[in-house]
Design a protein around this ligand. Sequence first.
Ligand code: TYD
Length: 235
Amino acid sequence: MSHSPSQHRGFFITFEGPDGSGKTTQIRRTAEWLRGRDIDPVLLRQPGGTPLGEKIRGILLDSRAQDPVSPLTELALMFADRAQSIHEIILPALHEGRVILCDRYTDSSEAYQGAGRGLGSDRVLAVHRSVCDDLQPDLTILLLPDVEKALERARRRNQRHIQQTGTDENRFEAEGEAFYRRVHTAYGDIAKREPQRVALIGPGTGDDGIEAIATRIREIITERLEQHLRNVSSV
Ligand code: TYD
């Protein structure tokens, strides 16, 4: 089912995982490593990344919002943001042959809106096909820590935030444990369904600790990027 943008020289990498999975640190380290190899990556986060997307992000993550956003509205806004970043950033970067590091993409919608909010994968993937023209990443790094450890970390982080600001960290982080568990399970299911695209890094893959995970990510990207460049140069 995966339509890869591999006709382009560019390489589209997404980073996925539940809140508290250490994604942000790993994206930063990956970007530094790439720069050291003379590759200047395009960095992007979802929701956000474009002027319109940052406004949508504000609406979506504001836990103080007086008017609750319905699950379907949430889904539509996530995809409105995504469609804009594909148009403004992702496709132009792929055409220029750039490496893109994107913090979250459609797997997040499948995990959070599809499983977390209960809208179902089929509906989310149908929206992806129509609104994103089914544009798939070349590679997805999925950080899926042990669910109990991740829940503990997320709780501590949210608690700190409440103490400092008087508000929950964001609408999603304020969700309950059952929601978080559904998100976690959905990510695991996506990895099983699409093992070619999704590189799962988590307990059971022997990758514990920031350093070990960073090394593993570098190995995966090196291998997949070389493979990709061989493929595009042979067409
Ligand atoms: P953010 O602060 O960027 O969290 P993180 O650092 O964990 O990525 O907030 C993004 C939140 O938006 C996160 O809780 C997941 C959620 N989200 C969805 O629910 N659906 C989506 O399609 C995307 C892209 C994000």
